[in-house]
Design a protein around this ligand. Sequence first.
Ligand SMILES: Nc1ncnc2c1ncn2[C@@H]1O[C@H](COP(=O)(O)OP(=O)(O)OP(=O)(O)O)[C@@H](O)[C@H]1O
Length: 629
Amino acid sequence: MHFTAQFACHFAATRRGQLGGRRGERVTILGVRDGYARVRKLVGGAEGLLPTFCLEIDDLPGENFAEQIEYRRKWYELVDSVRPRTFESLSQELVYNLPILSGLSSFLPVEPVMIPSDKPQFLEELEDKVVRKGSTLVLRCTTAMRPGYTVSWTGAAAKSARCGVFEDGDELRLELREAEIADSGHYTVTVRGPKEENVSFAWVTIVGKPGVPASVACMSMKRNSVKLTWKRPTRTENSMRLWYAVELKRREMPKFETILSGLEQPEAVVSGLETQPCLFRVFAYNEFFAGAPSEPITVDPPEDVSDWNSQIDVREASVSSQQIDFFDESFSQYFTVADDAVVLGRGRFSVVREAKCRVSGRPFALKYFNRIAAEDSDANHPDIARELQILQKIAHPHLVEYFGAARTAHYFIIILRRVNGLSALRYVCARGFVSEALVQALCRQLLLGLQYLHAHNIAHLDVRPENLQVEDRRRLPHLTLVDFGSARHSCSELAVWAGGEMEFAAPEQLAHRPSTKSDLWSLGVFLWVLVFGHSPFESPDEETMRDLILHAVLPPLDADAAGRFSSPLLDLLFDALQLDLERRLCASECLASEWVASAAPDELLMVDYLEDYVERRKSRMQSSFLHHG
Ligand SMILES: Nc1ncnc2c1ncn2[C@@H]1O[C@H](COP(=O)(O)OP(=O)(O)OP(=O)(O)O)[C@@H](O)[C@H]1O
């Protein structure tokens, strides 16, 4: 809240920072300290200090006197709390001693003084000014003018046509319109008397729009972070302070958004990146202007397999199970699993429950496998050992993160990041709408995960909606591939099809010769479901389904459904569902395909065409679980 007040008397400012004025001039009080009030004039807006006793408050909060008295009392307490300085011997010489005089006259309400000297005196000096380019620069000072005094100004633009100088009573003023950077510099006003002269100085800085940060570069850091560096713009246009802001744009965002600002150093670390490519740009700004942004640079840390390679522990494929560090007794020191812990999912061999880390409080997903007897070792369970070995090797934002393994009296436990999402189809249904852009985002993220896995010669071999967990991160879908129970190093030649759900399995998997490309087939089936609302090989009995898959017999195309999506999407789908492995695209080729590489339409479609399939699948999964469970 600001009070207004009036000058109770004339006050002549004699020190830099003080504000002179005439009795009755109205001001806003901005603050009070040490007997001085910082005020701003209502007319003209000049700001400065003047002694509190020169002010008479005139506009107080409150309806009536009784309400206002409280403020009035506070004001006089403030005014009285400072004892004025007194000068013991006020000799005539003092008048010529300006520093002391200015100290003295600050406390004495005076009429503008006519100093008995031939040397012109300034009552208010010029002040240094920092002004935005294009605006009007005003320099002002006051002096006790006498007849016969002359005034002259110097400065870079003092002679320009944009510049005007004025004498208004005691006030001397220079006004410069449309100030330019080149107008910056030293300005003086000289007041000449018949015998002597006096000069007041000010340094003027006109600030313009800073230039573009140069050499913006990006370096991948661990996990999903990048470090951006750049160079200070060559043109800072007199910026007194220069800050930087970083902007980000993802494919589906209509425009860049500022994610970091106020950076003083030409570098920033950005964490929590999604897997899709991000465009970054940087701009500099000062107290008045934001400069133009740099050329965007594309940053795609998780996609760049070579970057991630450098960070993962690339061990030999045949790590022996002894190398897995189980933590045994200590397990319960680190994790609490509530009796009614949420069951995140059930597989044929395991139950996945939510648990909390006692140390960090973070939730984890624990995958429990029954242990037959205390001496039962993981070596007796080659599938668990293999799953652990693979999980230990991988690190990618779209693959579930592994934290360790534990052995308790009854279980082997794999500790994983808890993916706080829904299976892919449920996620889509829960949104109520689907768009080709969403389908593309999910496929793209899955492809990135697969590209990474396949580059390490690992085939997942169980890509299906339940193992694609999707969560919202900053309102964008983030897909994580879970369940490495079926995963194989593709070098291990033969993998016997162990039965189970085959709707998403590739023909060669059913023929016991899976390959990394089997995952692309499953991706094709997943895409088919999203496009047509049913799976291509769905049939009431297992034998028919097996036959259809083994011969890659696709159902006739539903033209209406196909019309909802673009033809590059349908092309990719057919390229993934190729029986011939040579002709089937690999993950990198899919990522480079026309559909994945270009922006997909974001028109929204109702999901009702999918809901029946999701329900059918749910009851199939339940009966299969009962069957195996
Ligand atoms: N890290 C996780 N966070 C959240 N949910 C998970 C996680 N891991 C697994 N789940 C859920 O638990 C289900 C079962 O887990 P998982 O598939 O790993 O078990 P499994 O015994 O290997 O199953 P399957 O019989 O399919 O091989 C998953 O389909 C998924 O829904």
